[in-house]
Design a protein around this ligand. Structure first.
Ligand code: ADP
Length: 402
């Protein structure tokens, strides 16, 4: 089956075309600056071991124009991989918020689209462009089954004592204010990989997953089901991130409004865009912060210490949530590449069964590897995430079982 995975953002569309069950990547690409005067599509096609990239510049009026050009590239005489748009069997769409309604991957119907639209207030920056991506994919690939894979779905297995906030009941009853959690596709993908590395069925594993990218979240996964996660009602909660504050006393928000005269929009921007690593150091890329640390910069050192300490605290919390832990997994940009963050995050946890092997931990990891000491009770893995592949697999699964 040829399965196209689409991740539509406000001004961009990421796409990857898979042949399944072989799990072969045929093409991948990025449509950028949709709606601006100068748009761009970077399209890479894989043939055998060869990768060939072409770049198309030119204004892209809207998502429809962007996806139409992607379809043309897919059918292009030189860099194409299909002869007709009808060869695409399924399109798997990443959708950020599925609320309480979607606990699994779903074939898209008009009712599903209405639900995604209704959930837009929960993810105002993501659900509307995700929906736009769906609408144009239905037009451009009319023969394909359209499928929605929700970032929140994996966490719908959390028990109420983990997902409820201790605020007045009616806020949950009337407005569904609760923990949802995100990055579900990634937490599930690396949990499955970790179970394979443990040589156990997923159902028999207890795993802590740390997805550390620009956005970052952790999850406690018992038997392949999420039982707790660090992001909350929105992706702002939990770990310190590139530009997000993570956990914060809500009284700070009140203070910012009443004493400093900040508007809600200003506070929202401050906590989402101007906090985290960037708030402490002025830059949000951990590579820059590590370089500054090496040069003796005190604020960079503070940021790295805060960032790693928050991860360590969540590891402790999730050991408590799970009771017994088989594996701790690091993934995404920081988790896969920063031995320094992994080292600091695991520091001092030996008595909790977590013991890194210094030499195995060194370096960037391009493949799944074990980095624990031989006598570590908990296995520690670095597993490169592959959200697109997980979306493609789930898409095919629901199409086949339909
Ligand atoms: P996104 O959430 O945007 O998908 P990624 O998972 O690609 O993010 O992670 C991006 C982040 O990974 C970068 O901002 C950077 O901080 C970090 N990163 C990437 N490469 C390295 C590296 N070699 N060392 C340390 N950090 C890295």
């Amino acid at each position: 089956m040829k399965t196209l995975v689409i991740n539509a953002g406000s001004s961009s569309i990421k796409y990857k075309l898979f042949e399944l069950p072989a799990e072969r990547v045929l093409t991948t690409g990025l449509v950028e600056r949709i709606g601006e005067t100068s748009g761009r599509i970077v399209h890479t096609v894989f043939k055998g071991d060869d990768a060939h990239t072409v770049t198309r510049d030119g204004a892209l009026k809207d998502h429809r124009a962007g996806l139409q050009q992607v379809a043309e590239l897919l059918m292009d005489a030189e860099v194409g991989v299909i002869a007709d748009a009808a060869e695409i069997d399924a399109v798997g769409h990443r959708v950020v918020h599925g609320g309480e309604q979607f606990s699994a991957t779903t074939i898209i119907t008009p009712a599903v689209k209405t639900a995604i639209e209704r959930l837009a207030p929960f993810a105002p920056l993501h659900n509307p462009p995700n929906l736009q991506g769906i609408t144009v994919a239905e037009e451009v690939f009319p023969n394909a089954v359209q499928v929605a894979v929700f970032d929140t779905a994996f966490h719908q297995t959390m028990p109420p004592h983990a997902y409820r906030y201790a605020i007045p009941n009616h806020l949950y009853d009337d407005h569904r204010i609760r923990v949802y959690g995100f990055h579900g596709t990634s937490h599930l993908y690396v949990s499955r990989q970790a179970a394979e590395m443990l040589g156990k069925p997923l159902a028999e594993t207890n795993i802590i997953t740390a997805h550390l990218g620009n956005g970052a979240s952790m999850a406690a996964v018992a038997g392949g089901r999420s039982v707790d996660t660090s992001m909350g009602f929105s992706p702002l909660a939990g770990l310190m991130m590139g530009s997000r504050s993570g956990d914060l006393d809500p009284a700070v928000v009140y203070f910012l409004g009443t004493k400093l005269g900040k508007s809600f929009a200003e506070i929202d921007r401050m906590l989402n865009k101007e906090s985290g690593l960037i708030g402490i150091t002025g830059v949000n890329d951990l590579r820059d912060i590590e370089a500054r640390c090496a040069a003796g910069d005190e604020l960079a050192e503070l940021a790295l210490a805060m960032y790693s300490y928050r991860i360590r605290k969540y590891i402790g919390a999730y050991i408590a949530a799970l009771g017994r832990v088989d594996a701790l997994v690091f993934t995404a940009g920081v988790g896969e590449n920063s031995d320094e963050v992994r080292r600091r995050a695991c520091e001092g946890l030996e008595n909790l069964g977590i013991k890194l092997d210094a030499a195995r931990n060194i370096g960037r990891k391009k493949e799944a590897v074990a980095i624990h000491a031989d006598d570590s009770l908990v296995k520690i893995f670095v597993i490169p995430t592959n959200e697109e592949l997980e979306i493609a697999r789930q898409t095919v699964e629901v199409v086949k079982s339909a």
